[in-house]
Design a protein around this ligand. Structure first.
Ligand SMILES: [Zn+2]
Ligand SMILES: [Zn+2]
Length: 413
């Protein structure tokens, strides 16, 4: 790598305390204090179209250049929000400056009642119209958790080009979402030229949520222009690593009933018209099957620019598993977590880089599980229907309950 490039870990999609269902601890100062413990240098501000949130950002952080704010510990933030369009598709927007933010705010406010009440406002415009406004203001737009049912672009469209109309070629990135990864998404032909980002989309600032997924970028410095170049992959800048959940841990990975939580072979769910013959509740299509429908290739075709994609489990969850403690907030788990992070600088370093023999010096059983994880030996009860998947250490028995026709009982067709 040429000397003047640096690599940074970035989490470009979070939500602040004004978004629904978020922790009241989700304030800029606490997020910034936790970032270095996780190993992140750059965070999306989240919710920046909300005036109250913008006020907190301005109060607790300092604007060091256009579009970039900094906390006193050096953690940097880029102006960012997520919005929902009139087709119920979620988009991520990055803004180049406060004045451009204001410009977009003025335009969006004509199509939105709740810009200042919600964190993720609903804008009554199409993806194409949103992109027109954002493009004019020099913002960057991508789509969030691309494949998830409800709000992922591919739950409403078969191609991102349909969503963005004549501005499709101004879309440079796509967020994989917790339930998919690079191997899955690179089976889809139209995504070959798009940068994949992995972000936490977190609602709580603690390091098991903040940065649970990150994208590593090669840039010259942390600035809007450099992040833009990295997302567009120009002049040597670009993503160098996606760090994320194993997709099986994501909430929508497998096709599953939202009522009785039985898993379904997708073809069987189709046969029953996506209504559970066991309990009558809707069956939610899994991201794995949605990708199957969209895929051109059986195996992923990674374009040359695509960086590696590594799976992780939050360290506090690994410690909980090692000690068989349900609550990853227990004193014992937190104490061990602090020991690891104090010794090895940050959580991502512990999970990704530190030699197992060194990790053993702090705790043998935790080191063993990190080793098992790094060598791909973890098993999962997969997620689906809005329920997270559960990682299970190697050697333990797991049972995954699939619907069988013999279970058909409640509903008569
Ligand atoms: Zn979203
Ligand atoms: Zn059911």
């Amino acid at each position: 790598m040429s000397e003047d490039f640096i690599e940074i870990n970035a989490d470009l999609h979070i939500h602040g305390l004004y978004a629904g269902g978020t922790s009241e601890k989700m304030i800029p100062k606490i997020i910034a204090e936790n970032a270095p413990l996780k190993g992140i240098q750059l965070i999306g501000t989240g919710d920046i179209l909300n005036k109250h949130w913008l006020k907190l950002i301005k109060e607790q952080l300092k604007e060091i250049q256009d579009g970039i704010f900094e906390y006193k510990n050096g953690t940097k933030f880029i102006l960012q929000t997520e919005i929902e369009d009139k087709n119920r598709v979620h988009h991520i927007i990055l803004f180049p400056s406060l004045s451009k933010l204001e410009e977009v705010y003025e335009k969006f406010s004509k199509y939105c009642k709740d810009l200042d009440t919600d964190g993720r406002p609903k804008i009554h415009l199409t993806g194409e119209e949103i992109l027109e406004i954002c493009n004019l203001a020099g913002c960057l737009v991508g789509f969030s958790h691309a494949f998830t049912p409800y709000f992922g672009l591919y739950s409403k469209f078969n191609s991102y080009k349909e969503c963005y109309g004549k501005y499709w070629d101004k879309v440079y990135f796509m967020e994989l979402g917790l339930s998919a990864d690079t191997n899955m998404a690179d089976r889809i032909e139209e995504l070959q030229d798009i940068t994949f980002t992995s972000n936490s989309d977190c609602h709580s600032p603690w390091p098991n949520k903040l940065g649970r997924e990150i994208t590593r970028f090669k840039v010259k410095e942390i600035s809007f222009e450099e992040i833009k170049k990295a997302l567009i992959r120009s002049n040597g800048r670009g993503p160098t690593l996606n760090v994320k959940f194993d997709p099986r841990e994501g909430k929508y990975h497998k096709t599953r009933c939202t009522g009785c939580l039985l898993f379904f072979e997708p073809k069987k769910a189709e046969k029953y018209n996506w209504k559970c013959p066991n309990c009558g509740k809707p069956i939610k299509k899994g991201v794995d099957y949605r990708i199957e429908e969209l895929a051109k290739w059986k195996e992923p075709k990674h374009p040359k620019h695509r960086p590696p994609c590594i799976h992780i489990i939050p360290l506090s969850e690994i410690i909980s598993l090692a000690y068989n403690i349900k609550n990853s907030w227990s004193e014992k788990v937190q104490e061990k977590w602090r020991e690891f992070v104090n010794k090895f600088n940050n959580e991502l370093n512990v999970l990704l880089n530190v030699d197992i023999s060194e990790l053993e010096s702090i705790d043998k059983s935790v080191a063993e599980l990190i080793f098992a994880f790094r060598s791909g030996k973890f098993q999962y009860i997969p997620g689906g229907a809005g329920i997270y998947g559960i990682p299970v250490p190697p050697g333990k028995k797991i049972e995954i309950k699939y619907f069988k026709d013999s279970q058909k009982r409640l509903i008569d067709y």
